[in-house]
Design a protein around this ligand. Structure first.
Ligand code: ZN
Length: 251
């Protein structure tokens, strides 16, 4: 039975992932993601049902448009696989519990923020407002201990990044500030600070690597959203273990 549940969760992840791809790519450009149909970016042939099966369409067509043979970006199946993988991992961690739902919501936000930030260097406000509401509802049903950790977490994250933006004159963006505030609702005070710590660490390491590999220039803007989301997932899944390990090692 377990294998059926796991397959089902993975398939749901693939389908949601292909939807998150569309949201991440269209929301910043203000294109509706429900009315207009997807089309090949090169020959504009509308995609039919056969082209829209997550992952499998890509594998069947060997990554090429069926009409003009243009190579389709590997990012589409990768984003679908990533979502499926994150949903599976969430289930493996928590089983059928409210924490599983929270992990899937956080994974969903992570995928959309990453697609949008890597493609356009921005995190859409509509996405953040939507997830702020979702997280408030989620934390009303399964509150943190104490419940107001959600409120303080959101406000503290917002204030902290606001100070950094003023001091560093643009080291982080307004989108990053709003994203961390939204994550503070879900993660609470202690875990949002841990997220911030890992995000800056990760962002610094990745940007230095990209500069060394000459992918980006020293002065180029760097999308910070994916680092924040990786840190948030890490803290959601392992925050308590990390804090316990830290306290044991240093005190
Ligand atoms: Zn085409």
């Amino acid at each position: 039975m377990e294998i059926i549940i796991l397959t089902y969760i993975f398939l749901i992840g693939l389908i949601m992932g292909s939807f998150y791809n569309v949201v991440g790519l269209r929301l910043p450009k203000k294109i509706s993601f429900t009315s207009s149909r997807s089309q090949c970016p090169n020959c504009s042939t509308p995609l039919n049902a056969r082209d829209l099966i997550p992952l499998f369409s890509y594998l069947l067509s060997k990554g090429k448009c069926r009409h003009c043979q243009t190579t389709i970006s590997i990012s589409y199946p990768l984003v679908e696989l990533l979502t499926g993988g994150l949903f599976l991992f969430s289930y493996w961690m928590y089983g059928w519990t409210p924490a599983f739902l929270g992990a899937c919501l956080l994974s969903s936000l992570a995928v959309m923020v990453t697609v949008s930030d890597l493609n356009y260097m921005l995190i859409p406000n509509k996405l953040l407002i939507f997830f702020a509401i979702i997280f408030i509802i989620y934390r009303s049903i399964t509150p943190l201990d104490p419940w107001y950790a959600s409120v303080i977490g959101a406000l503290a994250a917002y204030a902290l990044v606001a100070c950094i933006i003023i001091v560093s004159k643009g080291g982080m963006g307004a989108g990053d500030m709003k994203l961390l505030a939204v994550l503070g609702i879900l993660l609470g005070t202690k875990h949002i600070f841990l997220t911030f710590f890992f995000a800056t660490l990760l962002g610094t390491v990745i940007s230095l690597l990209l500069i060394m590999l000459k992918v980006i220039g020293r002065k180029d803007p760097f999308p910070f959203g994916p680092s924040i989301m990786i840190a948030a997932l890490l803290v959601y899944f392992f925050g308590e273990e990390i804090i316990r390990y830290y306290l044991q090692s240093f005190y």
